[in-house]
Design a protein around this ligand. Structure first.
Ligand code: C2E
Ligand code: MG
Ligand code: MG
Length: 653
């Protein structure tokens, strides 16, 4: 036993601290293995192996001190030594297992384990003097360091670097011990050695702590960041679910929910549509379109008091729930209309059309929306600016639906009649031809072509209908030609969709051949609406057919927004003045002046003028005086059957 007890106590305390630190490092390392950044397969297993080696190492050192301090005898030393050997063998088996299972990460520990085992066996078998253990440990550290250096360069993994630091630390320590031992004597050196080992372990301890807390901090930061992201995402989802992302107004879903829970609180619902917004959108681009919608939304919102709720329904439709009386609603409509009248949205002038419906408890979401849509359609069609819902809109809607069904079967059965309305020359009052007008009697009621032709266009049935009209027109011409009327012209109304259809020209050519008709006996009537579609294409088709000998007439001139543009851009053979224009004369002086100059212009451009809808002597004389070419109208004859037309031809000529 040594005389200086304090030293022994020092050694025991230091050893315990050392062992505690080692144990802590073991746990710290296992914990650390959860570190996401060095998330490797079986990292945790490797760490356990590594830490176990470390513990053995620590036991070695502790044993050495205890032995040197003569606190344990040689047998206990060997027993503990053999126990560590067993642990080392276990590690070896585990390492081999890892390698077998291709968990190559365990590989660096295999040589280390082997060195430990071999050196332990060597110590036991050769009964190495205890002072040599230091040297053995030194070699062990050196060998392990070399292995770690190789792997540190190869894999650049943090655990290998840690191993390297640890081993180099070991080497330095032993060197110090050796030098100091010769300088200071064994007890002092032991104390220094322990201090250094403790220092080394404390270093590691702090290093792990740092890593550990860094990891925790990072994890916390990560969690905070993810939480933040989650909250933002949640907010966004909520916004997307309940709000419209462009205008930031509430969306349809919210409208539905609000109506479900709060319908009693509102007594009117209003829809504000923007006229032709889709066309603007195509013209100016979606981004600018969206910007306009934003502007409209915020302006509309500024008109409302806190009592109303506004929603973006669909693209260019806004819905407002109102809790007020009819006078207030009318006032709001006026304010909305004047908002659009006095404001440009991104330099674009927009027109609203508004539908209003009364909210009652019995109406569900779908019927409310249907009422608003029907009212909107009514307002748009009649070119009004607003309207309150009326039940007859729904009857109209049902009627249209019914008509659609009937029209589909009519296309197959072709129940229509094709009437001819004579066209007369002002010059000699002779019939020069006729316009083909379709007649459809459905369930004993006459349906105007102005009603069903647009529906047929909408349903894509117009080409089939148009085809049979052309075929009948050519058949009539054949009949007339056969009767000797070979100068008679037939005018055929064309829908813009027919003109746009594939192989329209070829189709006409085939039919003309089939009935051996002369193209110069046929005039195709087109309206301005055909030209809006694609003027270049219309022009091309017109030219193809005109080259074959067919004529083209611009129908309904003076009805809508007629433009002189078509006179210069299309090669027209004829222009037909609409009956609304006809009926304005002779009393509308401005129209009279207009007609005067138009006839002058047409004459110069070699375009024939047909006046439509002449109903009386007064109109007849007026247009005759104006030197117009031809006319048609009830004054001479209503549209009649082919047989009646032939009779009329026979009588008049
Ligand atoms: P539209 O081509 O301008 O036809 C002239 C319309 O005026 C015809 O009406 C005709 O019956 C009517 N009308 C003729 N004379 C007078 C008159 O003196 N006074 C009045 N108030 N009206 C007169 P309808 O037959 O009802 O046709 C209306 C429109 O339907 C036509 O206008 C045309 O756009 C379209 N349509 C008629 N038949 C066909 C067709 O076979 N194919 C195509 N695509 N459209 C057709
Ligand atoms: Mg016509
Ligand atoms: Mg017309």
């Amino acid at each position: 036993m040594h005389s200086i007890l304090v030293n022994d106590l020092q050694i025991i305390i230091a050893s315990l601290v050392f062992a505690a630190l080692s144990a802590y490092n073991f746990f710290a390392f296992s914990e650390f293995s959860n570190h996401n950044k060095i998330d490797e397969i079986n990292f945790i297993d490797n760490i356990i192996l590594f830490s176990m080696l470390w513990i053995i190492n620590s036991i070695f050192i502790v044993l050495t001190f205890l032995y040197r301090s003569v606190l344990i005898n040689e047998y206990i030393f060997f027993i503990v030594f053999i126990l560590s050997l067993i642990v080392a063998i276990t590690i070896l088996i585990a390492s081999i297992n890892f390698i077998k299972n291709k968990k190559l990460k365990a590989f660096p520990f295999l040589p280390v384990a082997i060195i430990y085992i071999l050196s332990s066996i060597f110590v036991v078998l050769v009964k190495v003097p205890i002072h040599l253990i230091f040297d053995i440990t030194l070699y062990m550290y050196i060998t392990a360091s070399i292995i770690y250096v190789i792997f540190a360069f190869r894999f650049r993994k943090i655990r290998i670097q840690i191993g390297l630091i640890y081993n180099i630390g070991g080497i330095i320590t032993i060197f110090f011990v050796n030098i100091l031992e010769s300088l200071l004597g064994s007890y002092a050196v032991s104390t220094i050695y322990i201090a250094l080992s403790v220092f080394l372990n404390v270093g590691f301890f702090l290093f792990y702590c740092e890593l550990y807390f860094m990891d925790i901090k990072e994890k916390i930061n990560n969690i905070e960041y993810k939480n933040q992201q989650l909250t933002t995402a949640k907010k966004q989802i909520q916004k997307l679910a309940f709000y419209d992302p462009i205008t930031l107004l509430k969306n349809v879903y919210t409208l539905k929910e609000d109506l479900k829970s709060n319908q009693d609180n509102f007594n009117y619902v209003m829809i504000v549509n923007i006229e032709n917004f889709k066309s603007y959108n195509n013209l100016i681009g979606y981004e600018k379109g969206n910007y306009i919608l934003e502007e409209v939304a915020s302006n509309l919102k500024s008109l409302l008091s806190g009592e109303e709720e506004i929603y973006r329904f669909h693209s260019d439709k806004f819905i407002i729930l109102i809790n007020n009386n009819e006078i207030y609603v009318l006032n709001l409509i006026n304010r909305i209309i004047s908002l659009f009248n006095t404001n440009l949205f991104s330099n674009v002038s927009l027109n609203p059309y508004i539908g209003v419906s009364q909210l009652t408890q019995s109406k569900d979401f779908n019927s409310i929306i249907r009422e608003l849509e029907l009212t909107s359609q009514y307002v748009k069609k009649r070119r009004l600016s607003y309207c309150f819902y009326n039940d007859f809109f729904f009857d109209d809607f049902k009627y249209k639906l019914m008509l659609e069904t009937d029209l589909r079967s009519a296309v197959i059965q072709k129940p229509w009649l094709l009437h001819l309305q004579p066209q007369i020359s002002f010059k000699d009052n002779k019939i020069i031809g006729a316009e083909m007008l379709i007649r459809w009697k459905n369930n004993d009621t006459y349906i105007s072509p102005e009603t069903f032709i647009p529906i047929a266009e909408e349903l894509g049935l117009i080409n089939e209908i148009g085809d049979s009209i052309i075929e009948t027109a050519f058949l009539y011409l054949r009949q007339l030609n056969d009767l000797g009327y070979d100068k008679i012209n037939i005018s055929i109304n064309l829908s813009p969709y027919q003109l746009m259809a594939k192989k329209f020209t070829e189709n006409i050519m085939i039919k003309a051949k089939k009935f051996s008709i002369k193209p110069e006996n046929v005039t195709f009537e087109i309206t301005e609406s055909s030209l809006i579609h694609n003027i270049e294409k219309v022009n091309r088709i017109m030219s193809e057919l005109q080259d074959m000998g067919f004529y083209f007439s611009l129908d309904d001139f003076g009805k809508g927004y007629s433009s002189l543009f078509y006179f210069t851009n299309l090669n027209l053979d004829e222009v037909k003045f609409d009956k609304t224009f006809t009926h304005s004369l002779p009393h509308n002086e401005k129209n009279l002046i207009l007609l005067n100059s138009l006839t002058e212009m047409c004459r110069k451009l070699n375009v024939k003028i047909v006046i439509e809808g002449i109903e009386n002597e007064e109109q007849y004389s007026c247009f005759k005086r104006m030197n117009c070419d031809y006319y048609q109208g009830y004054y001479f004859s209503k549209p009649i059957s082919i047989d009646e037309f032939i009779d009329l031809l026979k009588q008049s000529n």
